[in-house]
Ligand binder design. Structure first.
Ligand code: SAH
Length: 245
């Protein structure tokens, strides 16, 4: 059967990829994806055919991958992190449709919430929610509603797409919504370029996070009301400490 892998590469280079992801790339004749992600792996697969498209051409990119697979090639569509977390996995199924001759294989990867959490310590040990601040495909009112609900329910939060040139103040707006239900001292942090050159992180309070300038290569973490600063890292108690007493 014709095969189309949808592969999550993890946050950075080769060392973050799973064995299954490597095997899928090995098995593929054609590697497709957004230029930046293809560049992370290109050197490891010099003999593979490569097809890159710019950031905004997701539908076209998926259509080309599906058509190449229908034409008989084994294809890998690559995404950063996990392909099912703000990635191409859903769109690939939708483009292929109901009666596609192509077998779609989703290969999971380490999403930025998990790789970033590891850099910051242990901020997500308890229940957490993941919200994207990008309103390109989701109305801002919906994003606000989800932020407010997650804030009130005391989830730890992980924010993807926290900023872009057109959305410079969105993180500030998100913090203001969270401050309706959370203490200004609520522990927070961000991680930039996880697993890539220039990886950086910082921990701060929610009031301080409101004043931070972050870019689109950053993932933001907001602890729950129990999250604390410990040795310069963020730690969300799981509840064992009550048992230890
Ligand atoms: N599929 C990806 C998410 C794509 S949405 C995943 O599972 O990780 C793009 C957003 O993801 C970015 O704006 C940023 O918030 C986050 N992100 C992805 N890779 C990152 C990295 N290496 N370092 C920091 N943030 C990252």
């Amino acid at each position: 059967m014709k095969k189309l892998y949808v592969v999550g590469l993890g946050p950075g280079g080769r060392e973050y990829m799973t064995g299954e992801a490597r095997a899928a790339l090995e098995d593929s004749e054609l590697l497709c994806g957004y230029t930046v992600y293809i560049d992370l792996i290109r050197a490891d697969y010099p003999d593979k055919e490569i097809l890159t498209t710019p950031m905004t051409q997701e539908i076209e990119r998926c259509r080309m991958a599906v058509e190449a697979a229908e034409g008989g090639k084994t294809v890998a569509m690559v995404c950063s992190g996990d392909a099912g977390v703000y990635g191409m996995a859903g769109l690939i199924y939708e483009v292929a449709g109901e009666n596609s001759p192509v077998e779609i294989v989703i290969v999971p990867g380490i999403t930025a919430a998990l790789s970033g959490a590891a850099v910051l310590g242990a901020p997500l040990v308890h229940d957490f929610a993941v919200i994207s601040l990008s309103d390109l495909l989701t109305p801002w009112e919906t994003i606000e509603k989800r932020l407010r609900a997650a804030g009130e329910a005391d989830f730890s939060l992980c924010l993807y797409n926290p900023s872009s040139k057109k959305r410079a103040d969105y993180l500030k707006r998100a913090c203001d919504i969270l401050l309706e239900s959370r203490n200004p001292e609520n522990a927070c942090g961000w991680v930039k370029n996880i697993g890539r050159e220039g990886q950086e992180y910082k921990v701060m309070t929610l009031a301080e996070l409101r004043e931070e300038q972050v870019d689109m290569f950053t993932t933001v973490f907001i602890g729950n009301s129990s999250t604390k600063f410990l040795g310069g890292k963020l730690v969300t108690p799981r509840g064992y400490e009550r048992k230890m007493k």
